[in-house]
Design a protein around this ligand. Structure first.
Ligand SMILES: *[C@@H]1O[C@H](CO)[C@@H](O)[C@H](O)[C@H]1NC(C)=O
Ligand SMILES: *[C@@H]1O[C@H](CO)[C@@H](O)[C@H](O)[C@H]1NC(C)=O
Ligand SMILES: *[C@@H]1O[C@H](CO)[C@@H](O)[C@H](O)[C@H]1NC(C)=O
Ligand SMILES: *[C@@H]1O[C@H](CO)[C@@H](O)[C@H](O)[C@H]1NC(C)=O
Ligand SMILES: *[C@@H]1O[C@H](CO)[C@@H](O)[C@H](O)[C@H]1NC(C)=O
Ligand SMILES: *[C@@H]1O[C@H](CO)[C@@H](O)[C@H](O)[C@H]1NC(C)=O
Ligand SMILES: *[C@@H]1O[C@H](CO)[C@@H](O)[C@H](O)[C@H]1NC(C)=O
Ligand SMILES: *[C@@H]1O[C@H](CO)[C@@H](O)[C@H](O)[C@H]1NC(C)=O
Ligand SMILES: *[C@@H]1O[C@H](CO)[C@@H](O)[C@H](O)[C@H]1NC(C)=O
Ligand SMILES: *[C@@H]1O[C@H](CO)[C@@H](O)[C@H](O)[C@H]1NC(C)=O
Length: 416
């Protein structure tokens, strides 16, 4: 493969940093949205001026998708995905600038990389590729056969049974299958723009996912995910790392049953319903991972497109337990004044789902106007000590540094 621009982060340095020694240089201080300054595929992703040269700098056999360039092989991302051989080979798809209105469903097991073209892969705010669809589940009229998995823009999962969210504390039944072993997405804005009466509805409609990952290993680099409710789901036997980028939602917008690490991601609230995170846990361990939602070196802000009438000040809970084995941790996170002073909350008054020594919510190194240690509800969450926080690192939660993370692009910060 032709890699350009692999800079400065050796695996040795990374392992040293996560072993709890010297503090790293890479701390996202809440002002820097860019994360690290390196990008493995920068030369491939750079839009070229000369016709016919777009694939220069790309791994061999990269497939090119574009709505406008006659030299591309496909005009649709899903058509390109469906063209891939059903084997274990690594496949790369480069996507030209533009807006792709389609549903993408990746069931292939072999490694797949989606690259959005961009002049600056280190900055999600300059992304040029949008992938979106418009669907939601109306919870008033929902039928027994309908599931959140039926209203989603990007799915990475072996089949429909594995994508299902299901109901109750155990969710959909465990499946004996694994999907993609190494799915990567770079610089793509993924959204579910739920439409009502022919128009994007800028408010709560019901579950409307931008992304579902289940029974797969997934990583995201400087990509964004937007909807209002249930925006990003990482389900059973799913392992996911999100590096940089933004996730925008209003209600329980990070939810799941698997293991997800968010490094330097901006969480942008469009409103408040539930909390930012609603995770489930189980006494069944799905793999070597420790299920849970872990956020490090990111920030929590009001979304720029939150309705002007929504007063989010001091109102956004950090999370709530989808079941009583929920686990959610925030490390070194900038908290703007939208954060609820109490921090995490119970599921509801009638059904709190907070069980001591089972439900686990924690924070370490939170800072900014939304963090007031004295106001945090310590009957619901724990203000972690440095030693406790050091138990939550990428290599520890995934049972070893995952081979599927692009460490040439992701700078994983040391927290405690
Ligand atoms: C990619 O293709 C070029 C030209 O055919 C070849 O020289 C190179 O060895 C190939 N690289 C890999 C990693 O297969
Ligand atoms: C792909 O890899 C899996 C696991 O190593 C193996 O069982 C399977 O036979 C491989 N499939 C192909 C088409 O090579
Ligand atoms: C994805 O494709 C698989 C295989 O065709 C299908 O079983 C599944 O229902 C699809 N999932 C979604 C969410 O469309
Ligand atoms: C959901 O369905 C109910 C009952 O048909 C309807 O009143 C409501 O407007 C629907 N919600 C949306 C967002 O379309
Ligand atoms: C989870 O997936 C792994 C493959 O990564 C597999 O070995 C393991 O058996 C799966 N766990 C369950 C409970 O299905
Ligand atoms: C918004 O809510 C906060 C916290 O309850 C309150 O102090 C503030 O006055 C409210 N702002 C407006 C414009 O209503
Ligand atoms: C935790 O939730 C499970 C599933 O709802 C329930 O069976 C169990 O009793 C709960 N545990 C406690 C201690 O409340
Ligand atoms: C802390 O959470 C518990 C459980 O939901 C609740 O009963 C209590 O009122 C909360 N305390 C504060 C200060 O919010
Ligand atoms: C929780 O665990 C701690 C440490 O093991 C123990 O001291 C404490 O009694 C436990 N609390 C409950 C309510 O079980
Ligand atoms: C998926 O990722 C986990 C955690 O890194 C790893 O243990 C597991 O082997 C991976 N599964 C496959 C099938 O590669």
């Amino acid at each position: 493969m032709l890699f350009s621009n692999i800079v400065n982060l050796s695996l040795t340095a990374l392992i040293t940093a996560t072993a709890g020694q010297a503090a790293p240089a890479a701390r996202n201080n809440g002002k820097n949205d860019k994360g690290g300054a390196s990008a493995t595929y920068a030369e491939c992703q750079r839009p070229k001026d000369v016709q016919g040269t777009q694939l220069q700098g790309c791994p061999n056999n990269t497939i090119y998708v574009s709505k406008t360039d006659p030299q591309s092989g496909f005009g649709s991302i899903q058509q390109a995905v469906l063209s891939l051989p059903n084997d274990n080979s690594s496949q790369v798809i480069l996507i030209g600038p533009g807006s792709y209105h389609e549903v993408v469903n990746v069931t292939r097991k072999g490694p797949v990389t989606l690259l959005g073209m961009t002049y600056d892969p280190t900055n999600w705010e300059s992304n040029l590729v949008k992938l979106w669809s418009s669907s939601f589940i109306n919870q008033t009229t929902q039928t027994a056969g309908q599931d959140n998995a039926d209203a989603v823009t990007l799915t990475v999962s072996p089949n429909r049974a594995a994508s299902l969210i299901g109901a109750g504390p155990a969710g959909a039944p465990l499946q004996p299958e694994f999907g993609n072993v190494d799915f990567k997405i770079y610089n793509i804005d993924v959204a579910n723009r739920a439409t009502v009466n022919g128009k994007e509805f800028m408010g709560q409609t019901g579950p409307s996912a931008a992304l579902i990952v289940a029974y797969s290993n997934f990583s995201s680099y400087q990509s964004t995910y937007r909807s209002w409710q249930d925006t990003v789901f990482v389900g059973r036997n799913g392992s996911a790392l999100f590096y940089g980028g933004e996730i925008r939602g209003a209600t329980d917008y990070l939810y799941g049953f698997g293991t997800a690490w968010f490094e330097g991601v901006t969480m942008a609230n469009r409103g408040n319903g539930g909390g930012i995170v609603a995770w489930k846990g189980s006494s069944n361990i799905y793999g070597p991972d420790s299920f849970g939602a872990y956020q490090a070196n990111g920030k929590i802000v009001r979304a720029p497109d939150a309705p002007a009438t929504a007063n989010l000040t001091l109102a956004s809970p950090l999370g709530r337990p989808w079941n009583n084995a929920s686990r959610s941790i925030y490390l070194n996170t900038y908290m703007s004044d939208i954060v609820l002073p109490q921090g995490f909350i119970a599921w509801s008054d009638k059904e709190p789902r907070i069980v001591p020594n089972l439900t686990f919510f924690g924070e370490y190194g939170s800072y900014g106007p939304g963090f007031n240690a004295a106001a945090r509800n310590t009957s619901v969450e724990t203000l972690l000590t440095k030693e406790q926080a050091a138990e939550y690192t990428v290599d520890k939660v995934f049972g070893g540094m995952p081979a599927w993370i692009d460490v040439g692009t992701a700078v994983i910060g040391q927290v405690a």
